[in-house]
Design a protein around this ligand. Structure first.
Ligand code: C2E
Ligand code: CA
Ligand code: CA
Length: 427
């Protein structure tokens, strides 16, 4: 175990907190606990080597110490984490100290003949407002620090009960995943894709929801990232694909003239070498012709798409198409579009939202459109909400659209009834 000279450790912090909390109780003081962790420290270690770290942490400890007031006490919690206790304090002082420490640590430091610079994420909890004992005080300051880490880093934040509620909800959802699949709690909604020139519904995008028995209908944005984190996305993705293929096949059987079933897949799914075989086996099992299927991948995830290129190629050889989702928001390049062999670009709803008021977004949309035409890619505009936006996409000749203006995502029965009314009753 490496040691940093001089600074009290975590055990000493606990003892110190017990003492100071006792004193705060009798003197009616407030205490603030500031917990901080350097940003991207692993990268820093890779640059400077692990031997240099103790020296660097000592330097950082000095910087923190120099920027602490007299009514403070500093501890090193291990790794690149430090804690500062402020006693007989208030929120205003805690804010000032946090701000000063963040600014001071972020200053360039001369180190090993180079100029080193690191940010710090800092969380603060207050006694007695946020915590009744040392454990809760440390836990809540850490929750606030982790919140900063996830929301931009290099800053500070006071603990807020909502942060804990968010964590509890995530833990709850993560625990409930496997039961949810067994108990059929996931459902698919479908959003029509409309060909603006024929006015017909050309396709359907499958969008998953979780009908949680106690928490109600949960949108995918709340659980897809968790499923990606814990690997559950593989099972969920397979369920979504199977169910969507079954539903779509039954619509074709019923004589509905649909051309495309769009299904979202996470790049994490595509990283598995058995992804393409899984898709083929579901197509075979459900009887759906691969030419109907279009898999949508989000642009921001395409950074590591090189590794999944072979899966995409295999599927495309059999007629499955690929769309790049939320185009214009991530890091993808024209090069990606070419190399990966996408068939469709979906312009992100953010551009459509702004296109009538923001000249720059209009230029972007029209450039994407020109590029798509040159590369012979299909283009779908997402998030069309108003008649003005609908007129705009028509004027610039975007052939296909999705959006609340035409229809929100609806459940299978409603989608089916709508299609039957449109196509079958008029015959
Ligand atoms: P997405 O693929 O970009 O899906 C479009 C989202 O925009 C949907 O949100 C849809 O309800 C919403 N939307 C549609 N029309 C409009 C409109 O006119 N205005 C606005 N403001 N929004 C509109 P939803 O259903 O909440 O899905 C969110 C995201 O979750 C999806 O974004 C997709 O990335 C992900 N997702 C959904 N289902 C799956 C799935 O089965 N697998 C994976 N991996 N991701 C999924
Ligand atoms: Ca999508
Ligand atoms: Ca999208």
């Amino acid at each position: 175990m490496r040691e940093i000279a001089y600074w009290p450790n975590r055990d000493e912090l606990y003892t110190y907190l017990d003492g100071i909390i006792n004193r705060a109780n009798s003197e009616m003081w407030k205490i603030a606990l500031l917990v901080m962790d350097l940003d991207d420290f692993r990268e820093f270690c890779e640059i400077y080597g692990y031997q240099a770290i103790d020296n660097f942490l000592n330097l950082i400890g000095q910087v923190i110490k120099e920027n602490c007031p007299d009514n403070s006490w500093l501890a090193w919690l291990g790794s690149d984490e430090f804690a500062v206790v402020l006693y007989d304090t208030d929120q205003e002082q805690a804010t000032n100290v946090a701000q000063t420490i963040c600014e001071a640590v972020a200053q360039p430091i001369s180190f090993k003949g180079r100029i080193a610079q690191v940010g710090v994420s800092l969380g603060i909890s207050l006694f007695p407002v946020d915590a009744v004992d040392r454990y809760e005080l440390l836990k809540n300051a850490t929750v606030a620090m982790n919140w900063v880490k996830k929301n931009g880093k290099n800053s500070y934040r006071f603990y807020d009960r909502k942060m804990s509620e968010e964590i509890n909800r995530k833990v709850r959802l993560t625990n409930d995943f496997s039961v949810a699949l067994v108990e059929n709690q996931f459902i698919l909604y479908y959003q029509p894709q409309i060909n603006i020139f024929t006015g017909m519904i050309s396709g359907a995008e499958a969008l998953v929801r979780w009908q949680h028995p106690e928490l109600g209908l949960i949108p995918p944005g709340d659980f897809i990232p968790l499923a990606e984190e814990n690997g559950f996305i593989h099972q969920l993705g397979e369920w979504v694909l199977r169910k969507a293929c079954q539903d779509f096949y039954s619509w074709l059987e019923a004589g509905l003239p649909l051309e495309r079933l769009a299904v979202n897949v996470s790049v994490i799914q595509l990283l598995e070498s058995n992804f393409a075989p899984m898709v083929f086996s579901i197509l075979e099992e459900t009887g759906l012709d691969p030419v109907y299927l279009e898999l949508e991948i989000t642009e921001s995830q395409t950074a590591n798409l090189q590794t999944v290129k072979s899966q995409i190629e295999l599927l495309r050889e059999h007629g499955v198409r690929f769309a790049i989702d939320d185009f214009g928001t991530g890091f993808s390049s024209i090069h990606h579009l070419r190399v990966m062999g996408f068939d469709t670009i979906k312009i992100d709803k953010g551009f459509i939202h702004n296109v009538l008021h923001d000249n720059k977004d209009q230029v972007i949309v029209e450039s994407i459109l020109n590029m798509a035409h040159l590369l012979r890619l299909n283009i779908i505009a997402e998030g069309v909400e108003t008649s003005e936006q609908a007129r705009y996409v028509e004027t610039v000749k975007i052939e296909e659209v999705q959006g609340y203006y035409y229809s929100p995502p609806i459940d299978k029965d409603r989608f089916e009834n709508m299609m039957k009314e449109l196509f079958l009753t008029s015959e």
